[in-house]
Design a protein around this ligand. Structure first.
Ligand code: NAD
Length: 442
């Protein structure tokens, strides 16, 4: 059965969700407040880099199943299934989540809805937000509008967003404890093709649904910081964290994934989500339960300063006047997302200590330039490395993993490389005469 769907917010999450819902056969309207973004999407262009999304978007825009608008009136008139996918960034000045955008969608949309509708929240929000939004809707919607709010958190990974949306490893739906209506039935219609593939579908209450998302992110952040803490111990003890991770990773209870030591996590989700989780735990009297996340955050941020120290040591004790090449600016490979990117943060810190920094990234230069205009940007890895006293690999793009050390040997001033992601073949680089420094590897 074809559903008429509106998706509010057409960023990394929303644009992917809108395109994929159209791919499932639904009629979809993407809604945003950013006119430039909408113009690109309407032309069938993805305003950011996400592998495979361009094809899905174009196919569905061309077929007429997927359209975009800035008009809430049009969305309320067109759809009876609404998804909220707007941002929930960290509030300025504290750890809590800024719910301005999520609240704005509900406040604007609610009074415009005239027929039975379901609003599914997908944005990552602190526990308790969905119930508060449902109450707002009860208070402000038209009498008899029958609007139900449910929470359907999103687990997609940038770089795999299309695959994760069309073939998720699980789906979660949170429903209100009282006054349940058609939300589950509507979700089953929207996701019929996925449910036919027997993807686990967990139905729960609103709070648990919100918590599933923040707990998953807290766990992943903890796993990364755990191995980075082991990396610090390995450095002090003369051990090798990569071998350690391989060895403990064979234990099925531990698992090898997310055990790569390096410069730590960043991006538009993990850092702000663990902070918002701590902030909300404090508000509901459960702060002790999450004090460990402060340490997870500390370990993570320490990786950035440690990498700057390694760069300083590599150039003889002072960055003043040194030439530093930074390969990688995105917070992870296969993405152009530079929000809270450890790579860019490190590049910025090194520059502030007096070095001249040249940055290259296969996809994230434009976004990097916008938030860090003072760094210099090059269009190839070789150009960025010209005359460098040290090369830092800070995002594990396959282009860097596969790089031939000999291709760079003639352009750098000194053959010294810091592998911030432990992603290079150490032997290959040392055999080519390079001084190699990994993270947590003696
Ligand atoms: P984003 O910044 O890329 O996109 C947010 C979009 O919302 C922007 O295009 C913005 O213009 C738009 N917007 C703001 N106010 C609006 C309004 N009132 N009406 C309509 N549109 C409005 O953010 P994102 O990365 O897509 O994240 C969105 C949410 O999804 C966040 O809560 C995030 O934590 C969560 N999430 C993101 C990912 C991810 O990988 N990016 C994964 C899972 C969950």
């Amino acid at each position: 059965m074809t559903c008429r769907i509106a998706v509010f917010g057409t960023g990394y999450l929303g644009a992917t969700h809108a395109a994929c819902m159209a791919e499932l056969g639904h009629e979809v309207l993407g809604v945003d407040v950013d006119a430039a973004k909408l113009a690109k999407l309407e032309a069938g262009e993805v305003p950011f880099y996400e592998p495979g999304l361009a094809e899905v978007l174009k196919r569905n825009v061309d077929s007429g199943r997927l359209r975009f608008t800035s008009s809430y009136e049009e969305a309320a008139d067109f759809a009876d299934v609404h998804f909220i996918g707007v941002g929930t960034p960290q509030r300025k000045g504290d750890f809590g989540a800024d719910l301005t955008y999520v609240n704005a969608v509900v406040d604007q949309l609610g009074p415009l809805i005239t027929r039975p509708s379901v609003i599914f929240g997908k944005s990552t929000v602190p526990v308790g937000t969905a119930e508060a939004l449902a109450r707002r809707l009860d208070a402000f919607s038209r009498p008899g509008a029958e609007i139900e709010l449910a929470w359907n958190p999103e687990f997609l990974r940038e770089g795999f967003a299309v695959e994760d949306t069309l073939h998720p490893d699980r789906m979660v739906l949170g429903l209100r404890k009282t006054g349940r209506g058609r939300a589950e039935e509507v979700a089953r219609q929207v996701y019929k093709k996925l449910l036919d593939e027997e993807i686990p579908f967990i139905i729960t209450d609103l709070s648990t649904a919100e918590l599933v998302k923040t707990a998953a992110n807290a766990f992943l952040a903890t796993k990364i910081s755990f191995i980075n803490a082991m990396s610090e111990v390995c450095e002090a003890a003369g051990g090798d964290v990569t071998t350690l991770a391989d060895a403990i990773g064979y234990d099925a209870r531990i698992g090898r994934r997310f055990l790569n030591a390096g410069i730590g996590f960043g991006g538009g989700c993990l850092p702000k989500d663990i902070r918002a989780f701590m902030a909300r735990a404090g508000e509901i009297g459960a702060d002790e339960a999450l004090t460990f996340l402060r340490e997870v955050d500390n370990i993570n941020m320490r990786r950035r300063t440690r990498t700057v120290e390694l760069a300083r040591e590599a150039v003889g004790g002072s960055l003043l006047g040194a030439r530093v090449a930074v390969l990688g600016a995105a917070f992870k490979p296969n993405s152009d997302d530079v929000r809270d990117s450890p790579a860019l943060n490190i590049a910025g810190q090194i520059q502030l200590q007096g070095a001249s920094v040249s940055v290259y990234d296969p996809k994230a230069i434009e976004n990097s330039r916008r938030i860090f205009p003072t760094l210099s940007y090059e269009s190839t890895a070789v150009d960025a490395c010209k005359g460098a006293d040290v090369v830092l690999v800070l995002t594990e793009w396959s282009e860097f993993r596969e790089m031939d050390p000999r291709a760079l040997s003639n352009v750098v001033r000194t053959k010294r490389i810091i592998d911030g992601r432990n992603c290079l073949d150490r032997d290959r680089w040392t055999e080519a005469g390079w001084g190699y420094r990994g993270m947590g590897r003696s």
